[in-house]
Design a protein around this ligand. Structure first.
Ligand code: MF3
Ligand code: CO
Ligand code: CO
Length: 301
């Protein structure tokens, strides 16, 4: 992958409420609470739904020949039409309304004039701010006809995310999430990125709560009902190492092999967890656009 041209900043109507960093690029460093109020949780269901529906809308337009800038416009327009601010816009100076990470790009790819090609895979990461809170979700989409190895990577990454989510409940520990993700990704021969991790989310885009996607026995923090955070594993075909482009944002695998990612925002409930980044109706993006099972295109004699 090489960088294309980045289009001018998109605007958000003045009637839409903005996060604290929208004008300056600098989020407040105030420590956010770990446990959400009932009102915040209700608002996060709204933000999560808006992000999930914008992600589906973008997914419908993923096809060979479409530029990632066009995907950004579609996601931007969907978020604005729903009354939300696209959280990434000017977050620490990030220039676009979502992230598009193609092939060997791990995360934070900047939408630009590059056209998607037949056989690419692209992660689209959408975060919406509305009612004072953020909802953050991503999926990796197939562009046209994708080779079996990449389809297997995408399928395993989605299953790894759900394995991590499945252990989330009060009294579980943060390290249980990474252990569950590893139990799916590592036996398949993949590696897991360590430099970028899941995060607490709520009135702030990223709170101090850290959710590694790998097992570390030191992560013994106990989960409590009312916590909200993301699970967003980045899974690599080759080695786990990453490198940063000189744009200061785009993260690529060090070995140039492909990588995939899925993300949901979730709430720890009294008896388990609730996915907050779901559409009002029907399945989420990762189900709607899931790859055909590997082997399904093998002609049967
Ligand atoms: N949505 C990304 C995440 O999952 C963060 C993107 S921040 C940006 O945490 F500035 F790179 F857009
Ligand atoms: Co995200
Ligand atoms: Co996130």
């Amino acid at each position: 992958m090489t960088a294309g041209l980045v289009s001018p900043l998109r605007t958000v109507p003045g009637s839409i409420a903005r996060p604290d960093y929208a004008a300056t690029g600098s989020p407040s460093s105030r420590q956010s609470r770990a446990i959400r109020t009932d009102a915040e949780i209700e608002a996060m269901r709204v933000a999560g739904r808006v992000a999930a529906e914008a992600l589906i809308e973008v997914g419908r337009h993923v096809a060979p020949g479409v530029t990632t800038d066009e995907l950004d416009r579609i996601g931007h327009d969907a978020m604005v039409a729903a009354g939300s601010y696209p959280s990434t816009l000017n977050y620490r100076g990030y220039p676009k309304s979502l992230c598009t990470s193609v092939n060997e790009i791990v995360c934070h790819g900047i939408p630009d004039s590059r056209r998607l090609r037949d056989g690419d895979i692209v992660n689209v990461d959408v975060t919406a701010f509305i009612e004072g809170v953020h909802g953050d979700t991503s999926a990796t989409f197939l562009v046209g006809d994708v080779d079996a190895a990449s389809r297997a990577l995408v399928d395993t990454t989605r299953r790894a995310m759900h394995a991590g989510i499945s252990v989330v409940a009060p009294q579980a520990r943060i390290r249980d999430i990474g252990r569950a993700i590893e139990s799916v990704a590592l036996p398949a021969g993949y590696s897991i990125v360590r430099e970028f991790i899941g995060h607490g989310i709520g009135d702030q885009f990223h709170t101090s709560l850290q959710i590694p996607h790998y097992y570390d026995p030191r992560n013994d923090t106990v989960l409590l009902a009312g916590m909200t955070f993301t699970v967003e594993p980045m899974v690599n075909v080759g080695a786990a190492g990453v490198t940063m482009w000189d744009d200061g944002w785009t993260v690529a695998t060090a070995d140039g092999q492909r990588t995939a990612q899925f993300e949901h925002t979730l709430l720890v409930t009294e008896d388990g967890h609730e996915l907050l980044t779901l559409p009002a109706e029907g399945p989420p993006a990762e189900v709607l656009f899931a790859p055909e099972p590997v082997g399904a295109d093998t002609p049967t004699p």
